[in-house]
Design a protein around this ligand. Structure first.
Ligand code: AMP
Ligand code: GLY
Length: 446
């Protein structure tokens, strides 16, 4: 079959890499893809001029392309095109596509909608209040802190998609007031910040559970969780520095044990499934549960209506089953009979970023690559912000073109071995100004 993957990040390269191993897949189209997907056997990048798949014209062009090329199945990686209804457009054209429609995608694109859903269906999460007026929000903050600043922090979240800039953990009354003023009065996030959620601060460690979802109205829905994963969101070692899109991931999470998994399924997964069925969703795609876990008790921080980046780069290398077959089962609504097989061991996938990231970053540097040293580690190179370019001696044929440039994902018998291999692989890659965290997957890292 011919499969198209929409998106251009490391997650999409990992999806392409995994699809390429399937005997069922004859050709893969990455739209727009990146330097890494262009280099995968049997994969070509699809250049739709204008580029952004969240825009209506581009979505229509992608539908036309899928019809014309007789694409059998399309997978949508990132959230903006999902929120903008790309799946609805594909289905209207009778094209098979994996991802939620715009209605269900609100579970990610509107945090107040997600909280309403969680509360309605008893999904365990943090206590929260939604505010549409700045004065009410400011009054709530003043009451909470009571002037003494001795109370626990408050988490202030913009309702809409804000590319990682919409959540502030305010430790003091002043910080909370500043944030609310910036979001609601000054409009620093545009419409995304006009409604906010103020949420109780949760202690614990974060865990990401990616899952396949196959729910069609009137049918028996299934949410099939993958092995657990952990992203490391802060820019610098020791959980310091600004939040990023993700500096590296590991799978599975050693401190997420069978009891925690059971708690997650009872308190979060099952009520989510029941809620989606009760809402009459047609949800055939992936979901990402962002959990806070403390003493084996899970609370849901957020839903994302897609696979995680960089979690996917750590999870897919552990999947032994055919990913194309799984995606077909998701789309056809036959996931109930599907039981994926996982490899034993662990994966560590540190991310290499460009100088300046997550602020303005350097780009356009050729990426050198010591192929012999890299091959010895058995790692996989997942490219993210990259384009193909002239290689030069020792060149990989890749040039940096984004903040998060690539990840080196390595399997090991345990986390320590995976980490050792992934970092040895990473040292076989070089470009000007590159940087990375040295502590991805260390027991205390987050
Ligand atoms: P979100 O976009 O909701 O996942 O929030 C981004 C990050 O903020 C999360 O990954 C957590 O690190 C942190 N966070 C969000 N909500 C809370 C909470 N209620 N308590 C503590 N930390 C939180
Ligand atoms: N790794 C977090 C995300 O994909 O949103």
């Amino acid at each position: 079959m011919k499969v198209m993957v929409i998106g251009s990040g490391g997650r999409e390269h990992a999806m392409v890499w995994k699809l390429a191993q399937s005997e069922k897949v004859e050709r893969i189209y990455a739209a727009p893809g990146n330097g890494g997907t262009a280099g995968e056997e049997n994969c070509e990048n699809v250049d739709i001029p204008g580029g952004d798949p969240a825009e209506t014209e581009i979505q229509e062009a992608l539908v036309r392309y899928a019809v014309q090329e007789r694409i059998d199945l399309t997978l949508v990686g990132p959230e903006p095109p999902l929120a903008a209804g790309i799946v609805d457009r594909f289905r209207e054209a009778s094209l098979a596509v994996v991802g939620p429609g715009a209605a269900a995608a609100r579970l990610e694109s509107s945090k107040s909608y997600a909280k309403t859903f969680m509360n309605k269906y008893g999904v365990r999460s943090a206590r929260s209040y939604t505010f549409t007026g700045a004065e009410e929000a400011l009054t709530a903050v003043r009451t909470h802190f009571g002037g003494a600043n001795k109370n626990p922090p408050l988490v202030i979240k913009a309702d809409g998609l804000a590319a990682g800039k919409g959540v502030v953990i305010a430790g003091s009354r002043e910080e909370a007031i500043r944030t609310i003023t910036a979001f609601m009065k000054d409009g620093v996030l545009g419409r995304a910040g006009k409604t906010i959620i103020i949420e109780e601060y949760l202690e614990g460690r974060e865990v990401s559970i990616l899952a396949a979802v196959s729910i069609v109205p009137g049918g028996n829905g299934v949410i099939l969780p993958f092995v657990s994963a952990r992203d490391h969101k802060r820019r610098f070692d020791g959980d310091r520095g600004p939040n990023t899109g993700g500096m590296g991931a590991v799978a599975p999470v050693p401190d997420f044990n069978a009891a925690a998994q059971k708690d997650f399924e009872a308190a979060i997964l099952t009520p989510t499934l029941k809620g989606m069925e009760a809402e009459g969703f047609d949800y055939r795609g992936f979901i990402f549960f962002g959990l806070m876990v403390q003493n084996g008790k899970c609370r849901l921080l957020e839903y994302n209506v897609r696979l995680g980046d960089p979690e996917t780069q750590a999870v897919l290398p552990l999947m032994d089953s055919d990913f194309a077959e799984l995606c077909e089962a998701v789309e056809k609504g036959t996931l109930a009979g599907y039981c994926p097989v996982w490899k034993s061991g662990a994966v560590c996938a540190p991310v290499v970023v460009a100088a300046g990231y997550p602020g303005d970053y350097r780009q356009g540097d050729p990426i050198a690559f010591n192929e012999t040293a890299f091959a010895k580690t058995g790692a996989i190179l997942f490219a993210a912000g990259t384009v193909r370019g002239p290689g030069g001696p020792g060149g990989s044929g890749l040039h940096s073109a984004g903040g998060r440039v690539l990840a080196t994902a390595a399997c090991g018998a345990d986390g320590a071995e995976a980490r050792d291999r992934a970092y040895r692989a990473l040292r076989a890659v070089h470009f000007e100004g590159m940087d990375y965290r040295r502590d991805i997957g260390e027991p205390q890292s987050r």
